[in-house]
Design a protein around this ligand. Sequence first.
Ligand code: PHB
Length: 390
Amino acid sequence: MVLKLKSIAQVAAGAVLAASIGTQALAQETVKIGLIVPLSGGQASTGKQIDNAIKLYMQQNGATVAGKKIEVIVKDDGAVPDNSKRLAQELIVNDKVNFLAGFGVTPAALAVAPLATQAKVPQVIMAAGTSIITERSPYIVRTSFTLAQSSEIIADWAAKNGIKKVAALVSDYAPGADALNFFKPKFTAGGGEVVEEVKVPLANPDFAPFLQRMKDAKPDAMFVFVPAGQGGNFMKQYTERGLTGIKVIGPGDVMDDDLLNGMGDAALGAVTAHLYSAAHPSQKNKDFVAAYKKAFNQRPGFMAVGGYDGIHLIYEALKKTGGKTDGDALIQAMKGMAWESPRGPISIDPETRDIVQNIYIREVKKVDGELYNVEFATFEAVKDSGKIKK
Ligand code: PHB
């Protein structure tokens, strides 16, 4: 009798063991991506674009890679870096994510960098654009852009195209500083002069007083950097304040495709340098724009492309490691990876883990009754000059 009881206990213990091995095996079959993006507040359009694009990519490519099921855990940080840090911590410790991704603004990306290093978890930057970000952790890889990439190119174009006096308006945080710091020396070296500089608060900006100073400076053009999501409000106040005679130039963030068509004719003639236009004439982009519009009933902007390429990079890295989620192996797999994005050909610089991409100069024009950034010059395989200079 005793013996029999013991054997039942043994069977039960065996069953528990088998069940727990089963769960472990199942757990190992899932690769978890913690997506930290702003889905509320002033930067919400960035998070929405990235979240949409990832959903679209997974719809098109399936949710299984190298035998592993991909699970995306979405968290809204409202672009507040303390939130980003807390959420990253929870995702690492509780959810045991294999990737951290997203990061709508530079302070969010920087706040999480030490955690990525500590946990050896790849941190894929899909939005933020300050040059320094990739230097903050060997586990950071970027699929977005840097402000340096576009700001130098537009500076050169402006100086060579009869623009002598520029008044600059930038958002008062790291990427705004990068935009101006890379624009100014190039523009000045080309014979131009920056006659006025204003820095506008990032949160809920009222552009009106700053626009008056721009107007009073009587420049040939205005160099503008505001982050994705703010261009619509900026152009509304620009029009209301009667600045429409002053040409807008800059990195393309202010003319983000998801808002551009609502800006009205005041946007016509704006010339910006950037990585992506919804009007980019490749087949890959035409398919992407059509699929995105069909799924979400709006145009994709450059943030959507950063998300689409970021999830592609994660998929391809997993294929290369055969589904292994060791952080060092994944980063190694990502280095030097090259593919065709809706924006054009791109790659990950193996030395800096930053994106190498074409930068296009574009002018806002009306095409079939809608406003588009129409590309007219291409600079191929542009690296982040923020790092080249060091
Ligand atoms: C950033 O915070 O790095 C950032 C955000 C939005 C942009 C560009 C840069 O459009």
